[in-house]
Design a protein around this ligand. Structure first.
Ligand SMILES: [Zn+2]
Length: 369
């Protein structure tokens, strides 16, 4: 039985990019409510911790001082002519009041999880508001202002730890890969819909790292329509072997659930069954696990998928039907999907063949069996 810390606070869903932006704070609120109503947060091995705001110098573990100051100014409503240079503006990364505090709290949450793990206060920490894997040292990107994963991993390697980072978001984990591209202390593995058809347009097999980091960046770009079985096959071919060979002290994962077939922003075809099987694979990879949230833009799917992640982390079994109060407020009936995506045999076979080629090339580049 592992001791699990769930990092949550109502502050996390108070502010956001606005009502028309896909990254809706409801995703977090509903996930919290679902777990609460399932009784999951009262289990004897579970602790709910409210993150406290970290010091600004901890943001500087990854971000530049200039960028940190700029985000603070814009968050207060100051108009910066350089906003575009920092990645802000209408579209993916609009500026909003309180953006600094809101984004900083998500980093605080992931860093608190990292610290509790290192202090042996828990075995698993779930910072579900984190996983903001696209942000760079001095720019916002893809809905991400501060990169909590990069900050937490920087802190962990300063403690002398070897970190394996596995990113199962449908988008390439470019910000984290780039942050440690020349390091052999961090292994980054990202499975994502191929950059040929999806933002951010990177994450190809030949991105393997540079200098000391050569061989420590692994990318598995997936074709559209990749389903549960095909995805899991690819994962099992590469990830356990890479992680075992690296021998990490800690596993950091980005658990974006925008791989789901109902996700409006991408074109993979996973169900919650495949996602749950993936969480189980990750659980087996390390006894010390910092789990971060990530993408997922169908608000009916995200809370269910992350509740399943939590069931795996904390060794709990939940009822098949959603709690009554939750159903009355948000609709839906089942915790797990009872429907499947409609993919023809022909498309499935074609997708599988394309992915086999990708996996063979990943194995060749990283000398895997
Ligand atoms: Zn994503």
């Amino acid at each position: 039985m592992r001791n699990v810390v769930f990092l949550s606070s109502p502050e996390l869903w108070k502010r956001g990019f606005g009502p028309n932006h896909p990254l809706k704070p409801d995703r977090l609120q509903r996930t919290y409510e679902l777990l609460d109503e399932l009784g999951a947060l009262k289990a004897p091995n579970v602790q709910v911790i409210e993150p406290r705001t970290i010091e600004e110098n901890e943001l500087a573990l990854f971000h530049t001082q200039e960028y940190i100051s700029a985000v603070r100014s814009m968050s207060k409503g100051e108009r910066l002519v350089r906003a575009y240079r920092f990645g802000f503006g209408p579209g993916d990364n609009p500026i909003f009041a309180g953006m600094f505090e809101s984004s900083q709290l998500k980093v605080s949450s992931s860093l608190k999880g990292a610290k509790m793990l290192v202090n042996n206060e828990c075995d698993v920490a779930f910072s579900y508001s984190g996983g903001l894997h696209h942000a760079g040292p001095d720019f916002a990107s893809g809905f991400c202002v501060f990169n909590d994963a990069a900050v937490a991993i920087h802190w962990l390697i300063r403690q002398g730890l070897r970190v394996a980072y596995v990113d199962i978001d449908v988008h390439h984990g470019d910000g984290v890969q780039n942050a440690f591209y020349d390091s052999d202390k961090v292994l980054t593995i990202s499975l994502h819909q191929s950059g040929y058809t999806l933002f951010p347009g990177t994450g190809f097999v030949d991105e393997v790292g540079t200098g000391d980091g050569e061989g420590y960046s692994v990318n598995i770009p997936l074709p559209p329509n990749t389903d549960d079985d095909t995805y899991l096959w690819a994962f099992r071919q590469v990830v356990p072997q890479m992680v075992r060979r690296f021998k990490p002290d800690i596993l950091v994962t980005q658990l974006g659930v925008d791989t789901h077939y109902l996700d409006p922003l991408a074109s993979l075809a996973l169900t919650t069954h495949g996602q749950k099987a993936l969480f189980e694979e990750l659980y087996r990879l390390s006894p010390c696990w910092l789990a971060l949230g990530g993408g997922g833009y169908n608000v009916d799917v995200v809370p269910r998928a992350w509740a399943l992640a939590f069931s795996v982390m904390s060794n709990q079994t939940f009822p098949e039907e959603l709690p009554l109060g939750y159903r009355n407020r948000y609709g839906g009936k089942w915790l797990e999907d009872h429907e499947t995506p409609n993919i023809s045999h022909q498309v499935r076979d074609q997708t599988r063949r394309r992915l086999e080629e990708v996996v063979n090339s990943v194995k060749a580049r990283h000398a895997l069996e």
